[in-house]
Design a protein around this ligand. Sequence first.
Ligand code: ATP
Ligand code: LTN
Length: 235
Amino acid sequence: MNAKLIFSGIQPTGDINIGGYLGAIKNWVKMQHQTKSMFCVVDMHAITVWQDPIQLKKNTLKLIATYIACGLDYKIIPMYPQSMVPEHTELSWILGCLTPVGWLNRMTQFKSKSGSEKDKAGLGLYAYPVLMAADILIYKANIVPVGEDQTQHVELARDIAGAFNRAYGDYFPLPNAVINKQTMRIMSLRDPLNKMSKSDTSDGSRINLTDSDDLIAAKIKKAVIPAAGFGTRFL
Ligand code: ATP
Ligand code: LTN
């Protein structure tokens, strides 16, 4: 039986907002002293859509600073950029050789991020969930605290681990997503049908952790109010 290990990561695609904080980081901080944990800044995932190289480097360092500012204990928790550990991408290739294309075709994040012209999307964006499976499995992590939008990817990581185990013998533990039901999907202030996201072009759609009180009040005053009955979908 494997010991418990928590693994999760965030893309350095911009400043953290209350979506990423309440959906992910707050849970990490709560769990860090109960179970062995490690948290990554997944810069290789970030480049699945275009990033300015200088900004990417700054965002990567800033995200590690944000992890610490939010309460992750740097004395006990490994926090590092994904690109510093080449084994993530090496395992991703091996797992990709075992992953049926049909499984990837079901991924809703690829459908939304690739937009209307699917044939022009990069292979990296399509293979993104295989790299995520490698991130988790390389450490034999079995607990993956994420927001609701990432549960499909964690389930795929579980399926990929199962496919590997069937092919080569029992090697990887099957990972489980851990979500906080109350905060698993914080919605955009401008479009209540979509989740708040740090790469949304409208800064008014989100509340960043570094926003002033006045700016937060102004953003909330301008927020689009969801139609009556909205929200029952997630109960
Ligand atoms: P991007 O806009 O670059 O796709 P993002 O803002 O959607 O980024 P991620 O880096 O993809 O954020 O997610 C970091 C973690 O925070 C993930 O576990 C994700 O599920 C969670 N998360 C992100 N946004 C939200 C949200 N609005 N509500 C709840 N959890 C969220
Ligand atoms: N795909 C996730 C980020 C991510 C991740 C991971 C999360 C990459 N690798 C491994 C948990 C475990 C996202 O877009 N938020």
